[in-house]
Ligand binder design. Structure first.
Ligand SMILES: NC(=O)CC[C@H](N)C(=O)O
Length: 352
């Protein structure tokens, strides 16, 4: 069926819809050349319509093992060519079947380069995917639907869960964590107690963990002040490692300010420098907000910077045993050289 992506500024991009259900969300783009399955199942994309800039998506099929959550939480997918004949020795199915099974609206056969240029020049904005024949009044009604703000509540675990059997006990705050992060902890001799996002600090500390992990997650960091309050209580009690939204929660808890980027960092190929060693890492990223370095207290030591725009990608507070990064060191897909951060956190727990 003919479909169209309409942006808030009125720009239209035509293509075909896999199903007739419309989508409303913030339209973003991801520059990864591979990793569409990890991207589509990353809960941090909840509420967003993801445009894949790589022109061929679905070409190596699907593989259950690499899914980052039990289902995709994104509001919609936009791809150029949606490959219907995947080839890969591990392949377990077609991407189109996966998208249909989970009822995620998908527009394919779109000029994704034009969509990306629109977002790059004007910033991320609200958009809808609708059948091309939809009446204008119905489209307007969709645009009037306010975007969801409490996305963490939708993606977090409903109950406390346990994983792994290693030497170090990590309390993991699940704001929408990716499976690979848990796998990397377990490979590093950790066992996890995974808590729902709204768990009070006292309850987390009551399990007497060796360290606390604050996960990635969807939405504006300022939408979840109830998490920031609990993080304030956790700081200083146990070593803490934060990834992405986890870094943002630490930044806000320490008195810093967050800021929205014009079009965010989303992809598997973003250069980040560890300023302590001078080494540059190729990183996976998915964030629309950053913490302003200048807003952080003097006790914070910047450890990582983005080489595209110099924004803050990581910091430490040695006196409080805090370390965190804005990017995704669990590195799926991509090189595994960011796993050193997990080892660094293990060392921090060991020393404490
Ligand atoms: N991956 C994440 O944790 C993203 C954090 C936050 N939702 C942002 O977009 O900046």
């Amino acid at each position: 069926m003919k479909g169209v992506l309409i942006l808030e500024n009125g720009q239209k991009f035509y293509g075909n819809m896999l199903m007739k259900e419309p989508a409303v969300g913030e339209v973003v783009f991801n520059t990864g050349m591979t990793g569409y399955q990890e991207t589509f199942t990353d809960p941090s994309y909840a509420g967003q319509i993801i445009t894949m800039t790589y022109p061929l998506i679905g070409n190596y099929g699907l593989f259950h093992e690499i899914e980052q959550a039990d289902r995709p939480y994104a509001a919609g997918f936009i791809v150029s060519e949606l490959c219907d004949e995947p080839s890969n020795w591990q392949n377990e199915g077609k991407l189109a079947t996966f998208i249909r099974t989970h009822h995620i609206p998908c527009l394919y056969g779109v000029d994704t380069r034009a969509v990306t240029r629109a977002i790059r020049s004007q910033g991320v904005m609200k958009g809808v995917i609708v059948p091309a024949a939809m009446a204008e009044s119905a489209v307007r009604e969709l645009f009037d639907t306010p975007l969801e703000t409490q996305l963490v509540r939708r993606v977090t675990t409903r109950e406390i869960r346990h994983m792994g059997s290693g030497r170090f006990h990590v309390a993991a705050m699940d704001y929408g964590a990716k499976t690979n992060i848990y796998k990397d902890f377990i490979c590093n001799d950790c066992r996890l107690t995974i808590f729902p996002a709204e768990t009070k600090a006292e309850e987390v500390l009551a399990v007497n963990p060796d360290g606390i992990f604050l996960s990635n997650g969807p939405g504006d960091p300022e939408d979840v002040p109830y998490i920031v309050e609990e993080v304030k209580t956790l700081i200083g009690k146990k070593p803490i490692f934060g990834i992405c939204l986890g870094l943002q929660m630490l930044g806000l808890a320490l008195g810093g300010k967050s800021r929205k980027l014009a079009f965010g960092h989303r992809g598997a190929n973003h250069p980040v420098k560890d300023v302590r060693t001078g080494r540059v890492y190729i990183t996976s990223q998915n964030h629309g907000y950053i913490i302003d370095e200048a807003s952080l207290p003097d006790t914070v030591i910047v450890t990582h910077r983005n080489l595209h725009d110099n924004t803050l990608e990581g910091f430490e507070c040695p006196d409080k045993h805090i370390m965190c990064v804005q990017y995704h060191p669990e590195a799926s897909p991509g090189p595994t050289d960011n796993l050193y951060l997990f080892e660094q956190f293990i060392k921090m727990m060991e020393e404490n």
